[in-house]
Design a protein around this ligand. Structure first.
Ligand code: B3K
Ligand code: ZN
Length: 867
């Protein structure tokens, strides 16, 4: 449990140039034979060779062909040390035994549905063989896999298949060679009985690449969307960034047991089946979009991550922030830019801003860690992506592209740092990005206050921006995109200098603590639209009247800010009602808000996806974050009140929208998706009334739909009613889908998201269900993680849900520490609640920290939380 610090980085003493691996896979013990060529970094150095290795049983060790005896090396739980090695290149050969069948942590080599697969990032390769398991050691790999042919007909690894053959004992073998040097975290191996959905892609330089999606045979009919997503991503990266794929084959394997979404191993991605498999009747529209985005993300890593990798794990955002930004841009181009932007900002604000407010807050480039796997966070990923977006906002799309080109020109084949990336952006555009480093080394969400003064005689509008910088920190470099609206809702033309070109959106660069920007020739009192398209990951405070919010909500030409105005409006309304609720007054919905919602409902020009987002209230979770102390019960009650009021007041409109969008036959086009989103948003409002009539509508959709989006939405509605149909639908869905694990996950999730008061009891009962298991991460998340986000039900005042949650964390701690650590993180926010809940959560944290054999993963999170 020792922390590792960024400032302590040192170059490796040795490099490994090549490694030849030989796996003999067996149900009992698997043998891993490795032969490495190793070279000291500097001439005449006298350093011991210290290799990483965990849970390995060393069987033999040879140095330049000679067997070493036990006095010549030292083995402990985490390392193999050779105290005396010569100052020139040498060969080291080892044989170790491992037991993948007992690996429940799902890192290193493990089994899923009887097949073998690997997960090496961040530090899993050391559970396979002794190695310099760090990203700045890049080697050429060859991999031979030997296994029983009938049980493991398919044997895959990175690169190209170069040789294969059969043995006379029923086993066969395949040898793979990867021509690109890579860090160990990108190694992969898969062996099993798998079906291949094949395709191809011709690169813009005319090379043909074979594409293969490997899945368990029963899933053969759920691969086409994944294949098409891959082809789209490959084309897009050529067009947008000039980046072409570099091997002759690209493989994706879907596995049922996986700790996260997917992994970008060179030429052999391993995916959580959830991000590969889909069919209209089993996967929702959001699942389809998720698959396209994750397939693209892993593909984009081939350049941003694999060709240019990280020098050390503190640099993780170098590849993750950049790759998330790239996949966001891809999705913006493939679907709707505004919808995607709103969705991304929602994630950022609900999860990342919350992380910034928690004891786990860290800069996108952390300064220290105990367990690296704890730093695959929304901060490193999603705030990291926002920081990359800032470069593009400051430099323009072309300037950003110039920076990317220079980055690849300088660093292809290298393991580099975030500073190298920033330098490429600065040098390619001849700008000074020194101050920009604050985004990498300062944690927390910057807060900016804005205020404006209109001078009617001078015809100027002066906007003052002030950043609140905590004492130990320095001012950030913040681009704030600004528009000004005239009385008719039109964009005014904006000019800062007489000579500068006028624009309707100006990007202001805030670098000082306080700056005033004066727009000229403004002939009427404007309504400002600030931080358009959320041009920086900050909190912007600008006091706005409800009339102005309603105006922006109806007119802003920036779709993001139009949505944003609606959210702010809703938030004001909810907080005012909360004050009434707390004072015991009767609640009454603000008429102006209700009218603004009606305008959105009736706006024919708005696409259904945007409209749904505009008709969705901020979550309890998000609202709670805006409070000094989360008012769990009050927020729940008030938000339910507003939803029910909107449902009742506009009932006729909801019904009309429902009917108008219901008949559309299934397709996965953007238009069809938009219709389903709008229709299902309407259904949710309608079902708030919980009358026989509304229940009937949901039930009809539930039974008659030909696609999972509609079926799941209807089920969700029914689960929140007190009807008889509720139980029937739950049972019907179970019988229909009990043999499809990904759909069964939805069945658990839907029940865990219910806002009815019996949800905790249901969750407890579901833990005992024959199909529930903590061994499978998707299943565990579908019930436990989903329930822990159900604010009002999870944060019950009696603390029973906390206790149950802690029990589960302790169970998982022993089997899968990565998942345990993710789950325990809900308690990070304990200090934001009332005294009673604080005490209850703290008690569980204390119980966990006193547990013997706590994993590094859980220890790090809980100890920081209690600190
Ligand atoms: N790079 C992997 C994440 C690995 C997580 C290790 N605990 C997936 C991705 O970001 O693409
Ligand atoms: Zn990634």
């Amino acid at each position: 449990t020792q922390a590792i610090y960024r400032k302590d980085y040192q170059q490796p003493d040795f490099f490994i140039d090549s490694v030849d691996l030989h796996f003999s896979l067996d149900e009992d013990v698997t043998l891993v034979h490795s032969r490495m060529t190793i070279r000291p970094r500097t001439e005449n150095q006298k350093k011991p060779l210290i290799l990483n290795g965990e849970l390995l049983v060393l069987k033999s060790l040879k140095f330049n062909g000679h067997v070493l005896n036990a006095t010549q090396y030292h083995v402990d739980k985490t390392h193999l040390t050779l105290p005396n090695v010569p100052a020139e290149a040498f060969e080291l050969e080892s044989i170790v035994e491992i037991k993948p069948q007992e690996n429940t942590a799902l890192t290193g080599l493990y089994q899923s549905s009887g097949n073998y697969c690997t997960q090496c990032e961040a530090e899993g390769f050391r559970r396979i063989t002794y190695f310099l398991d760090r990203p700045d050691v890049m080697a050429r790999y060859t991999t031979t896999i030997v296994a029983d042919k009938s049980r493991y007909p398919v044997l895959l690894s990175n690169g190209n298949r170069v040789e294969y053959g059969e043995l006379n004992d029923g086993r066969h073998w395949v040898k793979w060679a990867d021509p690109f040097p890579k860090p160990s975290y990108l190694f992969a191996l898969v062996a099993g009985n798998l079906y291949c959905h094949g395709g191809k892609f011709t690169t813009r330089s005319g090379r043909e690449v074979r594409l293969e999606i490997w899945v368990e045979p029963q899933n053969h009919d759920q691969c086409e969307h994944a294949l098409q997503s891959l082809q789209k991503a490959m084309r897009w990266d050529e067009e947008r960034f000039g980046l072409e794929y570099d091997l002759d084959i690209y493989m994706i394997v879907a596995v049922g047991d996986f700790n996260m979404g997917a992994m970008e191993n060179k030429g052999l991605n391993v995916f959580n089946a959830k991000f590969v498999l889909c069919r209209p009747d089993t996967a929702t529209d959001d699942d389809y979009e998720g698959i396209e985005a994750v397939i693209a993300h892993e593909y984009f890593h081939n350049w941003t991550g694999n060709r240019v990798t990280c020098r050390d794990w503190f640099q993780l955002t170098l590849k993750e922030g950049l790759t998330v930004f790239r996949d966001q841009q891809f999705t913006e181009d493939m679907t709707s830019a505004a919808v995607k932007r709103i969705q991304d900002v929602r994630i950022l604000r609900s999860a990342q801003f919350a992380e910034d407010q928690s004891p786990m807050a860290h800069p996108i480039r952390p300064e220290s860690y105990i367990e690296m796997n704890n730093f695959y966070t929304v901060t490193v990923y999603n705030k990291g992506a926002e920081v990359i977006r800032l470069y593009q906002t400051l430099l323009g799309k072309d300037g950003f592209r110039r920076g990317m080109d220079l980055y690849f020109q300088r660093h292809d084949g290298q393991a580099v740092t975030c500073d190298d990336f920033r330098a490429a952006m600065a040098d390619a555009n001849q700008v000074d990005l020194t101050q920009f480093e604050r985004w990498y080394d300062q944690a927390g969400t910057p807060v900016v206050e804005a205020s404006g003064v209109y001078d009617a005689t001078a015809k100027t509008y002066a906007l003052t921006l002030r950043q609140q910088v905590p004492e130990h920190l320095q001012a950030w470099h913040i681009p704030v995109a600004v528009g000004l609206l005239g009385k008719e809702g039109q964009d005014l033309s904006l000019q800062l200098e007489e000579t500068a070109p006028a624009k309707t959106t100006q990007v202001l660069e805030l670098r000082e603590l306080e700056q005033t920007f004066t727009f000229k020739n403004i002939s009427e009192l404007p309504i400002p639209s600030l931080l358009r398209h959320f041009s920086a990951p900050i909190k912007l405070n600008f006091s706005c009247q409800r009339q102005e919010l309603a105006f922006l909500m109806a007119h802003d030409s920036d779709p993001f800010n139009r949505w944003e105005a609606g959210q702010q409006f809703a938030q004001q309304v909810i907080f005012d009602l909360l004050a009434d609720w707390q004072a015991g007054k009767t609640l009454q919905l603000d008429a102006l808000f209700s009218e603004a919602v009606l305008k959105i409902l009736q706006d024919d020009k708005l696409d259904g996806s945007i409209k749904s987002l505009m008709l969705t209230l901020p979550t309890e979770n998000f609202l709670g974050q805006q409070q000094a102390e989360v008012a769990v019960d009050g927020l729940f009650a008030v938000r339910q009140f507003v939803l029910k009021q909107l449902a009742e007041v506009h009932y006729a409109e909801w019904l009309a929208i429902y009917r108008a969008n219901h008949q559309m036959p299934y397709s996965n086009s953007a238009t069809a998706i938009a219709c389903r989103r709008l229709k299902n948003t309407a259904l949710h409002y309608i079902c708030r009334l919980d009358t026989p009539e509304t229940v009937n509508l949901a039930e009809k959709q539930f039974k008659q739909s030909d696609n999972m989006t509609d079926q799941q939405s209807a089920l969700m509605c029914l689960v929140n009613t007190f009807s008889e149909e509720r139980g029937q639908a739950i049972e019907y869905f179970y019988q229909q889908w009990r043999h499809n694990p990904l759909v069964l996950d939805k069945w658990f999730s839907v029940q865990a998201t219910s806002y009815l008061p019996d949800t905790f009891d249901n969750v407890k009962a579901l833990l005992q269900h024959q199909d529930f298991t903590l061994k499978n991460p998707n299943r565990a998340r579908s019930l436990i993680a989903v329930f822990s986000q159900n604010q009002a039900q999870f944060h019950r005042a009696d603390g029973l849900a906390y206790q149950l949650h802690a029990d589960i964390v302790l169970q998982l701690n022993a089997t899968n520490p990565q998942i345990a650590s993710r789950f325990v993180s809900v308690f990070n926010h304990w200090r934001r609640f009332d005294a009673n809940r604080q005490a209850l959560m703290q008690a569980q944290l204390n119980r966990i920290i006193q547990h013997p054999n706590l994993s590094k993963d859980v220890y790090e999170v809980v100890s920081k939380s209690l600190n």
